[in-house]
Design a protein around this ligand. Structure first.
Ligand code: ATP
Length: 466
């Protein structure tokens, strides 16, 4: 099947004949293809225009980055560009590493034309599916629920219920990917404004001029709008200023004026537009630092930060991880027509001790990758060694450090170990002693005695009293 247009593929290989061969095959399929002989040329091409997909040779001679290093740089620029790796004989292990680092798939040289075409098609399909899911999610009238039952998740739910009915502006802070936009959507959905739109806007990557048009719209002939801005679209509803600290100073001043005056003019226009909008903002940066550095207006901060809401990072609510994992498995499997998988106890434990710097979004991406790449029959559990290497490595690195306990006599060292081990296990099982005892292979009553002797009796859950 020929693909008409719009798909732009970048082929990076230091061998001219392979490069041309791959380009020729893909062009015959109707794709538009650009080529690069090394990583520098590749990065220049990507910066000039974002490709729909990259085909990267793993081993490239002549200086510059190799394919795997290039893959990391590309994904730093844009994690959504799918990459297919080309590996030579004997480099399968490296190709597997590339997949763990986020490559979509790999093709072994010498390869069959059909295999190349099939992998490219699959990668493009998956990417467009993801884009569509993202679009649907951003349009969804009813947001996904807030998953999790940790004390932090419960507090967040009760805060949402409290702040939603009021009309006050809200500033949601929390690390990237922790769920700030989800919380904003939930506030909108349970507020009296739910019948009108929730409109998110992010300033990332926009020039101040473009952002002005996005925020306030643009006026065409005879005072008629050529483009409606988000302030107008959110009339009666909620405007979500995502990562508000990314707003350039010019836009900060204009937003402040709208908040004070409740009116604005469209770009290129003279007519006042009046709106009734509730503004919810989010930040993953410490705004007091941004204010001190002169990057964020203090008067705007006070206008926006009427009710502060903090969304904790995932490492502060590890008790939610098991539930989130199950939720993502169910959702992603259903959305992408993939078989559901179960996780072995050790795989789940590894996910529960990982730091998750990218928070819930990173956990979600890892689950999606696991479901897509999982080998073996769907009835076989996914084990810890099938998880991405950085997750497995950080789990072992977090274990009791020998340099800390080496200075202790055995009895005290054992106590340090038992204390850390048992408290982590209990947190992992949401404070449930029976499940903890079952997993660690101890009688429930013996575990109770042990916790008491270690001074840890308080961390068990209430319903678990003996
Ligand atoms: N408690 C939760 N239950 C279910 N899904 C969640 C939860 N928290 C976050 N998510 C999901 O994780 C992803 C990231 O969340 P979201 O976009 O709200 O984070 P964010 O803090 O706004 O991120 P950023 O700072 O990068 O804009 C989304 O897919 C969201 O639906």
């Amino acid at each position: 099947m020929k693909v008409s247009s719009g798909v732009d593929i970048l082929v990076v290989d230091d061998e001219a004949d392979i490069r041309e061969l791959i380009a020729g095959i893909l062009e015959d399929e109707g794709y538009s293809v650009r080529t690069a002989a090394d990583s520098n040329a590749a990065l220049r091409a990507i910066k000039a225009r974002k490709p729909s997909l990259c085909v990267l040779d793993i081993w490239m001679q002549g200086g510059g980055l190799d394919g795997i290093e290039l893959l990391s740089v590309i994904h730093e620029l844009d994690p959504d560009i799918p990459a297919i790796m080309i590996s030579g004989h004997g480099t399968i292990e490296t190709a597997v590493t590339a997949i763990k680092k986020g490559a979509f798939d790999f093709i072994e040289k010498p390869f069959k034309t059909e295999r190349l075409i099939m992998v490219v098609q699959r990668a493009l399909e998956l990417t467009s599916l993801r884009r569509e899911n993202k679009r649907l999610r951003s349009q969804a009238v009813v947001p996904d629920g807030l998953i999790g039952n940790s004390a932090a998740a419960q507090l967040l739910r009760s805060t949402i219920a409290k702040v939603a009915p009021a009309n006050s502006r809200i500033m949601i802070s929390g690390p990237a990917g922790s769920g700030k936009e989800l919380v904003a959507r939930m506030i909108h959905e349970v507020s009296p404004r739910a019948k009108c739109e929730f409109v998110p806007i992010s300033a990332a990557g926009m020039t101040p001029e473009r952002l002005d048009v996005e925020l306030f719209g643009e006026e065409g002939e005879s005072g008629r709008p050529r483009k409606i801005g988000v302030f107008e679209r959110a009339h009666g509803g909620t405007l979500f200023l995502d990562e508000v600290a990314d707003m350039p100073p010019e836009s900060q001043s204009r937003i402040l004026r709208v908040l004070v005056e409740q009116r604005f003019t469209r770009v290129g226009g003279a007519q006042d537009v009046q709106v009734d909008v509730r503004v919810i903002s989010s930040t993953s940066k410490d705004l007091s630092t941004e204010i001190a550095a002169g990057r964020f207006r203090e008067d705007l901060f006070h206008r926006l930060n009427v009710v502060p809401v903090r969304v904790p990072g995932l490492s502060e609510r590890r008790g939610d991880i098991a539930e989130l994992v199950q939720y993502f498995i169910d959702r992603i499997a259903a959305a992408q027509g993939l078989p559901k998988r179960i996780l072995s106890e050790d795989a789940m434990a590894t996910l529960q001790v990982h730091e998750w710097p990218g928070n819930v979004r990173q956990l979600r991406n890892n689950i999606e990758r696991l479901l897509i790449l999982a080998t073996g029959s769907p009835s076989e559990p996914i084990t810890a060694h099938m998880l991405p290497s950085e997750v497995v490595e950080s789990a072992t690195a977090g274990a009791i450090r020998p340099e800390r306990i080496i200075a202790l006599p055995l009895r005290d060292a054992r106590e340090v170990f038992e204390r850390e081990y048992l408290s982590s296990q209990i947190v992992r099982f949401g404070g449930n002693i029976s499940r903890t005892a079952n997993f660690i292979g101890m009688e429930r009553s013996a575990l109770h005695r042990k916790l008491k002797s270690l001074g840890l009796a308080h961390i068990r859950s209430d319903e678990d009293d003996i």
